[in-house]
Design a protein. Structure first.
Length: 57
């Protein structure tokens, strides 16, 4: 059912391409930036909704 492209954790972190270049650091840094931005956005809007609900009551 699952067919993973990486055989070890180090391969998943490094993500070596066919010509020998490691581009995993770029992929994981973009992933962390996007994931962090999403979490931060949800936290900010959760606080805004909480403040608005206090003002309504």
């Amino acid at each position: 059912m699952f067919n993973f492209a990486f055989s070890s954790m180090s391969e998943a972190i490094l993500m070596e391409s066919q010509n020998g270049q490691n581009h995993g650091i770029y992929v994981w840094s973009v992933f962390l930036i996007v994931f962090g931005a999403l979490i931060l956005t949800f936290i900010i809007y959760k606080n805004k909704i909480r403040n608005l609900s206090k003002k309504i009551k």
